[in-house]
Design a protein around this ligand. Structure first.
Ligand SMILES: [Zn+2]
Length: 303
């Protein structure tokens, strides 16, 4: 029997994603639940296997099966079991719009745009955290980043400003057969997230281009990237029943930079996404793609 050892804690940093390493290849065997310190021994006990504490192929095969209550689609967990990390703010229930142009309103918009983990809480106080989140939002929007929310910033918060680089066209459904390309009303939230990731990544790779549409910019290995998906295309692509792509909240992105390997770019994009997208999903894709989404809760996986 080939020896398989568990190397825990890749992307999420707390052991949510477990990788079984076996020569010559390394692959993911399962997703343990809830960030608990689940040991191989625990899993073997839970699953009535012989308790050796060593993850051989038998245990690995069991770990591949989702634990009860876990999503069965590795690409887009519809109801991810990954909880927010301790200390991560949970997305509050926001009141119905319109929100006022006050500090409280500003904080609500910042939560909606995915900056909640920076803001911390909606308390109506213009503290350093709220100012920092405002600055980051302004920078991503191409506004002057002074941390003060004036009329231009509020217009952007309300979605009345066009993002500098990624447009709705980049996010079109890639099916070319079932729909007109725009089954969802807006993809602004995920576009802003990609812009933030892009801005951070190009510090290391000047001239980096980040793409969503593999129709306009084919990936080197024929993988299909994309933003929103219509129902039929999502089904055909094997997406989860409640995939965030269906709601215009997700994108599969890839980056290109002259002289740099695609895999290296992908790894860097993922690394940044994990840091920035604390209240959304990040999926590390084979074939040079990273899935990002703004679902409002934290989710991490490989596909
Ligand atoms: Zn479509």
């Amino acid at each position: 029997m080939r020896e398989t050892k568990i190397v825990a804690g890749v992307a999420a940093g707390n052991g949510l994603i477990v990788r079984a390493e076996a020569e010559p290849e390394s692959r993911t065997v399962g997703h343990l639940k809830n960030g608990e310190a689940v040991t191989v021994l625990d899993e073997q006990d839970n699953r009535a296997l012989v308790s050796t504490g060593v993850c051989g192929w038998v245990s690995a095969a069991y770990l591949k099966d989702p634990a009860p209550g876990e999503p069965d689609d590795p690409e887009d967990p519809a109801d991810p079991s990954d909880p927010a990390e301790p200390g991560d703010p949970i997305q509050p229930d926001l009141p119905e719009k319109p929100w006022p142009e006050t500090i409280e309103g500003l904080q609500m918009y910042l939560f909606e745009w995915g900056f909640g983990p920076i803001v911390g809480e909606i308390d109506g106080k213009n503290g350093p955290k709220t100012k920092e989140a405002t600055k980051q939002f302004q920078a991503a929007m191409g506004l002057s980043a002074d941390g003060i929310a004036g009329p231009k910033t509020f217009a952007a918060l309300k979605g009345e400003v066009i993002l500098p680089r990624l447009t709705e066209t980049d996010m079109a459904c890639q099916c070319e057969k079932y729909c007109d390309g725009y089954p969802n009303p807006s993809t602004a939230g995920v576009r802003l997230l990609i812009e933030r990731i892009w801005r951070e990544a190009e510090k290391k790779y000047p001239g980096l281009q980040v793409y969503v549409s593999s129709r306009a910019h084919p990936t080197p290995n024929g993988a299909i990237a994309g933003g929103q998906r219509c129902e039929q295309w999502n089904k055909e692509r094997g997406g989860a029943a409640k995939s965030q792509h269906l709601y215009g909240k997700a994108a599969d992105i890839f980056g290109r930079c002259e002289g740099v390997k695609d895999a290296e770019i992908r790894d860097h994009l993922e690394e940044i996404a994990l840091k920035l997208n604390l209240s959304g999903g990040v999926g590390y894709g084979a074939r040079y793609i990273v899935h990002v989404d703004v679902r409002g809760s934290r989710a991490r996986w490989e596909y």
